[in-house]
Design a protein around this ligand. Structure first.
Ligand code: FMN
Length: 336
């Protein structure tokens, strides 16, 4: 007797709309949330939101596409948690730059318990820019985080002590270059003064003074109100997310790998802070490439560590209303 796939009485369009909404939890550069979802009767499309691009900081759109990749992974996991599998066509139409991915061929196969747990991680994952505690990151957690990135088609190289020193000099240089650029400063100023809009970085998530870190963190150009304490993040590990090519489809996959690695880290209680300054400046991006000794192209630097358990971390960073990122106009009559 042939086995029937498990069924669901919830319409596909509702699952697609909910997955797109859940993807709103994804991390994004400067909290720009540069994605736009379109729910269709039997498919879900991910597009860029050019009005939330960083024209000065990210002219090629590398970090924009990475952020959208993180949202894509979130949506895929949310669908899997509801029992749906999909075929993902990345950059489905070469003539349409804005179309990043299309999820098609949706089938209800039965809920995936791992995905259900990962959805819980999406709801608590956040960026904590305080120094990490003195506790080292457990080796098994680090191995799982690296494995999660690889499973999504990018790689995460955990850096040696010497490489971290090189990274620190490179990040410091990128910080100097960026601080001298008035267009970059203006863009940062814009995204750090967006209170009430659901985008950008409010003062509550930015450190009230520069935290003591081995690798300089981004200087947001203004102090926030997040208390950082006297700690130094000596126990932090640093990683470089990288891959074989440097094309938009690779950035998209890198974003999916970032999401998978960060959600795995969350499961193990490991805090992740992306550091993109050294990738934004072309000269330092080249230095990072040398740091990889020809292994590939760098996409993002990550700081990994255990958050200080003794003090409360930052509040959640705000998000746009779902209606601003998810277009359900093509299926309005089917939703319930
Ligand atoms: C591609 C990318 C680059 C980022 N670069 C930085 C960075 O350089 N410094 C930093 O403190 N946070 C960085 N972040 C973290 C975002 O600011 C953060 O994800 C966003 O504000 C949403 O907050 P949340 O992660 O707490 O949900 C980056 C995130 C992404 C996805």
């Amino acid at each position: 007797m042939s086995q029937q796939p498990p069924t669901t009485d919830r319409p596909l369009t509702t699952a697609l709309a909910e997955a797109a909404a859940m993807a709103g939890h994804a991390p994004s550069v400067h909290n720009t949330q540069p994605w736009r979802w379109r729910v269709l009767p039997d498919a879900l499309e991910l597009r860029t939101a050019p009005d939330r691009a960083l024209a000065a900081t990210d002219p090629e759109g590398r970090l924009l596409v990475l952020s959208c990749g993180a949202a894509l992974h979130h949506a895929r996991v949310a669908l899997a948690a509801e029992g749906w599998t999909a075929t993902v066509e990345r950059r489905a139409d070469p003539a349409d730059d804005g179309l990043l991915a299309r999820l098609t061929g949706l089938r209800h196969e039965g809920v995936d318990p791992t995905a259900m747990r990962t959805v819980q991680c999406m709801q608590v994952r956040h960026t904590d820019r305080r120094p990490v505690s003195e506790e080292p990151v457990p080796g098994d957690a680090l191995a799982e985080i690296v494995r999660a990135a690889s499973a999504e088609g990018a790689r995460l190289q955990v850096l040696s002590r010497d490489q971290v020193l090189e990274l620190a000099a490179t990040a410091a240089h990128a910080g100097t270059v960026e601080a001298e650029d008035s267009q970059l400063r203006a863009e940062l100023e814009y995204w750090t003064s967006r209170s009430g809009t659901g985008t950008g970085l409010p003062p509550e998530v930015l450190p009230e003074q520069a935290p003591q870190t081995t690798v300089p963190a981004r200087d947001f150009g203004r102090p926030g109100t997040l208390p950082v304490g006297p700690g130094h993040d000596r126990a932090a590990r640093y990683g470089l997310l990288y891959g074989d090519e440097d094309e938009p489809v690779d950035w998209l996959r890198a974003g999916e790998a970032l999401s998978a690695a960060w959600l795995t880290a969350t499961r193990y209680g490991v805090s992740v802070v992306p550091l993109s300054g050294a990738v934004e400046v072309p000269g330092t991006r080249q230095t990072l490439r040398q740091l990889l000794a020809g292994l590939g192209y760098p996409y993002l630097v990550l700081r990994l560590g255990l958050a200080d358990p003794a003090h409360a971390g930052p509040p959640p960073t705000p998000r746009l209303a779902v209606a601003q990122t998810v277009d359900t106009s093509a299926v309005r009559d089917h939703l319930r």
